[in-house]
Structure formats: C-alpha cells, structure tokens
Design a protein. Structure first.
Length: 137
C-alpha cells in the first residue's frame, strides 16, 4: 500500500571504540593514524581499520586518544601495549556513561533533565552539597 512512501533499511552497526592511554603531547588527531601505523607495524593494521576521534585529558592531566576500529583490529589491540613516540601506551575499551547531576539517573544530562532534584548519596530531594547523610542509600 505504501511501497513508494516508505523505505526499509537495516541500521549500520557501529565500530568499537578504544582508548589509548598516556599518549605523547606532540600527538594530535591529524598525525595519530600515521604514527600508529608506522610504529606498530607488527600488528599488521590496515589504514582503513583506524579512525582517530578525539583527545581528552584525564584527572591526572594525561592525554588519552579515542579511536574507532573494526572488530578484527580491536582483537589485535586489546591486551597489548602500543608504541607512540617514546611511550608504551596501554589500550582498553572506551566506555562512557552519562549521568545526570540533577536526578542522578543515567543516559541524559542535567540540562535535558525533566526529573526531580535528587541527592546521589541519600536519595532525598536536595543537592549533593546540602547532604548531611553519614551512610549511602
């Protein structure tokens, strides 16, 4: 009935993401792919297997690189150290969980929240700064 109006398609699967920890300061998104390919030739990675996404700093102010890889390259990277510059960098799966600072629920941010203000420690209706609870609930 509506064959010309609707189009069926299967969703494309996302590639896994990996985090490379403690990358050198001179590494950036533009030169990351070439540096990984050149210094880690033992892993036999193709150029199409890696897509650098972004750099971020952790709590200790160390640079970390997030890359997209295919599933075959992921198996080659995990459990090994990667050479970047003069550093040997650990590699792990990239896991990011969004948590709301207003209602303490997951998968959204406080600016998008429609929930009630909830303390993440005692689950009462006040902010974390106002909490006086001694035990977590």
């Amino acid at each position: 009935m509506c064959g010309e109006e609707l189009e069926a398609s299967t969703p494309k699967r996302r590639n896994p993401r990996l985090t490379i920890y403690n990358v050198p300061d001179e590494l950036n998104i533009e030169n990351a792919k070439e540096l990984i390919m050149k210094q880690n030739s033992v892993l036999c990675i193709e150029k199409e297997d890696i897509t650098p996404r972004y750099l971020f700093k952790d709590k200790r102010k160390a640079n970390n690189l997030v890359i997209d890889v295919n599933s075959v390259a992921r198996m080659k990277f995990l459990g090994k150290k990667m050479k970047l510059g003069w550093n040997m960098c650990n590699v792990g799966d990239y896991i990011r969980i969004n948590r709301c600072y207003k209602c303490s629920k997951f998968n959204h941010r406080a600016q998008d929240c429609k929930g009630v203000l909830t303390c993440p420690i005692c689950a009462e209706n006040h902010s974390l700064l106002e909490c006086k609870a001694s035990k977590e609930k």
